[in-house]
Design a protein around this ligand. Structure first.
Ligand code: ASP
Length: 401
């Protein structure tokens, strides 16, 4: 099935470029299909974020309450995800790959009226609405994220009687992940329409080659960012845990390959656990830290969401002030922690980060053609980070004893 999907994606990309370039008008008339695909993604966002966050946070309480292992893990995850986002933001601010790309490439899939930069004060107020259900109906995701975090903490403090509720959210999360897996089969169709519409618009304006060049710069910058993310973690491990970086890389090999092949850190988890054993991580620590890290430590994904949001803002000519960038920083961290480790899981939460800077969700269409391959690299970075996390927590815990 995987090979079939890969082939379907290749056909869809080629067809989109062909039809977009030679039949632009016809292509634009079917842009609604791409919109439909985006809507399906958006439909799943709210329940997924709620159930994924609640089940991840409450799982901490399951293992003998929030023990020192949990605190170390959370500490590492916070550090790794925030640094990933900071690296991404710095690179985008320095190289500005979005400047020079015609905004019409994004607007091809959106209504112009949607795009207006949001004020920081109104953004802050929108995080805490008086009515959470009304906010959900208006598709405001950030209040839901805050609500779920507090809700999960409350479940933990209520104790036994909240257990059925926790089980419910774990089941809900697993079911939604299944739905996303199904939805991913529609990617070739969504991709055809979204990419085709973007190419058609560019063809109409003779801007295709220019924008392709700028996209390649964006991709190169993102891959450099992922490399930096891997490097600082290697340095940390060499310095703190006194492990040889070469040895560490060698033992991670299997997990990295599986991550690259499956595009899913969750699917890689059994291999990640085996690799952690090879790296002499205590079994109990690995079994607790790795599933948790796989759920919330999606640093590569967080970086992707931040750089994409900034990239789109640069394309659209938004003036990205520091408060707006802080908004991207916060939402990208939450999106990275709330994303699911499945193929293209990051696309779902990206909607939330884009919304924080008022970029239309359909802008994702510009990234879709490259996303399958970029997904493999960010999954590798995510899995690498999970292993670094397990090794570090193991070391800190050993030192404590
Ligand atoms: N595929 C990634 C993972 O499993 C998630 C994403 O960035 O889309 O880690």
């Amino acid at each position: 099935m995987k090979n079939y999907m890969f082939l379907a994606i290749l056909i869809s990309i080629s067809a989109a470029i062909f039809f977009g370039a030679f039949f632009p008008k016809e292509m634009i008339t079917i842009s609604w299909i791409g919109q439909l695909f985006i809507n399906l993604l958006k439909m799943i966002v709210l329940p997924l974020i709620f159930s994924a966050l609640v089940s991840a946070i409450t799982s901490l309480g399951g293992a003998k309450k929030i023990s020192s292992i949990g605190i170390y893990t959370f500490g590492y995850v916070m550090l790794s995800v925030s640094l990933a986002v900071i690296i991404g933001l710095i690179l985008l601010n320095v190289f500005k790959p979005g400047i020079g790309i015609p905004p019409s490439l994004i607007m091809a899939n959106a209504k112009p009226a949607e795009v207006t930069p949001m004020l920081f004060s109104s953004y802050m107020l929108s995080l805490f609405p008086p009515n959470i259900v009304a906010a959900a109906a208006r598709y405001e995701i950030m209040p839901i994220v805050f609500f779920s975090i507090v809700f999960a903490l409350a479940c933990l403090s209520v104790g036994k009687s909240a257990n059925p509720l926790i089980d419910f959210f774990v089941g809900l999360r697993d079911t939604l992940i299944k739905m996303i897996t199904w939805l991913m089969y529609l990617t070739p169709i969504g991709l055809f329409s979204l990419l085709g519409t973007a190419v058609a618009q560019a063809a109409v304006e003779h801007l295709l080659l220019k924008s392709l060049g700028s996209m390649l710069l964006f991709i190169a910058i993102f891959l450099c960012g992922l490399l930096l993310q891997i490097l600082w973690q290697l340095i940390l491990i060499a310095w703190l845990v006194k492990l040889s970086p070469m040895e560490f890389i060698k033992t991670t090999g299997n997990a990295m390959l599986t991550a690259f092949a499956t595009s899913s850190s969750m699917a890689t988890l059994p291999v990640t656990l085996l690799v952690a054993k090879k790296q002499n991580v205590n079994d109990e620590i690995a079994r607790f830290v790795l599933p948790l890290a796989t759920t919330i430590n999606l640093a590569g994904t967080a970086m992707y969401e931040a750089v994409s949001a900034l990239f789109f803002c640069q394309v659209l000519g938004f003036d990205l002030s520091i408060p707006a960038q802080i908004g991207v920083f916060i939402t990208a961290i939450l999106a990275g922690m709330g994303a699911t480790g499945i193929p293209e899981g990051g696309l779902v939460t990206m909607v939330m980060v884009l919304r924080s800077v008022n970029v239309p969700a359909s802008a994702i269409g510009l990234l879709l053609p490259f996303d399958r391959i970029l997904d493999r690299f960010r999954t590798m970075t995510n899995v690498f980070g999970d292993l670094c996390c397990a090794v570090t927590v193991n070391h800190l815990q050993k030192k404590k004893r």
